[in-house]
Design a protein around this ligand. Structure first.
Ligand code: BTN
Length: 268
C-alpha cells in the first residue's frame, strides 16, 4: 500500500505520520483539507492524492493533476498567530519543497516569485496556500499548504497547451525518482519548516532569495486591466516583491500577478 510505503520513509519521531490520508482520486487535496480543518482536523494532517480531478492553482487557475504522474499534497497547519506574521508562508513552503526535491534527486529547482517551482525556464510545480482567520480572535484558525509537482511526465504527456510551459522532475534530472521517497522527503521538509516558521523568518527568506530566479529579471506587473513593465529588485521578509518601473519609481508588489519575461506564460 502506498501510504505504508510513504510512512516507512518518514522518521519515527515525525508526528505527522499518524495523521496521513491517502486518496486514489479526489477533486482537490486543498479543498478536502479545508473541509477537514473546518471539522477540527489536527495541525500536521497530511493529504496525498494519486490523482486530482479539480486541482487548483493561484488566481483560480487549474493545476493539471493526472494519475500517478505527480505529487499532489496538502498539509493543515494551525499556527494560531495573526496573519501578518505569516506573510512569508508561501516562500517558506517553496524553500521546503526545494529542500525535499534536492534531498532525493540532487537537483534544486528554482522559484519564480512567488509560488512557482521552475526548471529549465518551465514550470515544475506550484504552491497554493490558503488561510482561514477566526473572526473572534483575528488569529489564524488554519492554513492549508498545497503542493503540486510534475514528476514523471514525458514532454508529450502534457496537454498541448502546457507542453511549452511545463516540465517534470524525471525530464529535468534524467532519472526516475522514487515516488514514496519524494513524498516522504516533502513531508519531512515541511515538518522542519513548520518548526522554524516563526522563529527563523530571516534565515528562511535569505534562502528564498537565493532560490528565487525572478530577482534581477524584467517583470510585467499585471494588475486588474493594467500592465506595467519593470525590474524585480528584491523580496522583503513578508515575501513581497520590490519592482523598479521604467519611469524609475519603485513599488512593493504584493497582489495581482507578476509575469516574467522570457519564462513560460509571458510572450509579447
Ligand atoms: C499554482 O500553480 O498556482 C499552484 C498549484 C498548486 C497545486 C497543488 S496540488 C495539491 C493541492 N491541491 C490543489 O488543488 N492545489 C494544490
Amino acid at each position: 500500500m502506498m501510504k505504508t510505503q510513504i510512512i516507512s520513509h518518514l522518521p519515527t519521531e515525525c508526528p505527522w505520520r499518524d495523521t496521513l490520508y491517502w486518496y486514489d482520486t479526489i477533486d482537490s487535496t486543498n479543498t478536502q483539507a479545508k473541509k477537514m480543518a473546518k471539522n477540527g482536523a489536527k495541525h500536521g494532517t497530511v493529504l496525498i492524492a494519486k490523482q486530482q480531478t479539480q486541482g487548483r492553482g493561484r488566481m483560480g487557475r487549474q493545476f493539471h493533476s493526472p494519475a500517478a504522474d505527480g505529487i499532489y499534497l496538502s498539509v493543515i497547519l494551525r499556527p494560531h498567530c495573526p496573519p501578518a506574521q505569516l506573510m512569508h508562508l508561501t516562500c517558506a513552503v517553496a524553500v521546503a519543497v526545494c529542500d525535499g526535491v534536492e534531498k532525493v534527486t540532487g537537483f534544486r529547482p528554482g522559484v519564480k516569485w512567488i509560488n512557482d517551482l521552475v526548471a529549465k525556464q518551465k514550470k515544475l510545480g506550484g504552491i497554493l496556500t490558503e488561510l482561514s482567520i477566526d473572526p473572534a480572535t483575528q488569529l489564524i484558525d488554519y492554513a492549508i499548504v498545497g503542493i503540486g509537482i510534475n514528476c514523471f511526465q514525458k514532454p508529450s504527456d502534457f496537454p498541448a497547451q502546457l507542453q511549452e510551459m511545463a516540465i517534470s522532475l524525471e525530464t529535468v534530472t534524467g532519472i526516475k525518482p522514487s515516488y514514496p521517497q519524494l513524498v516522504a522527503a516533502m513531508i519531512q521538509s515541511l515538518w522542519n519548516m513548520d518548526k522554524m516558521l516563526l522563529c527563523e523568518k530571516e534565515r528562511i527568506m535569505i534562502q528564498y532569495r537565493n532560490d528565487c530566479i525572478t530577482l534581477g529579471q524584467e517583470v510585467l506587473v499585471l494588475r486588474g486591466e493594467g500592465k506595467q513593465q519593470g525590474t524585480a529588485l528584491g523580496v522583503d521578509n513578508d515575501g513581497q516583491l520590490l519592482v523598479r518601473f521604467a519611469d524609475g519609481h519603485e513599488e512593493i508588489v504584493n497582489s495581482g500577478e507578476v509575469s516574467c519575461r522570457g519564462l513560460y506564460g509571458y510572450s509579447q
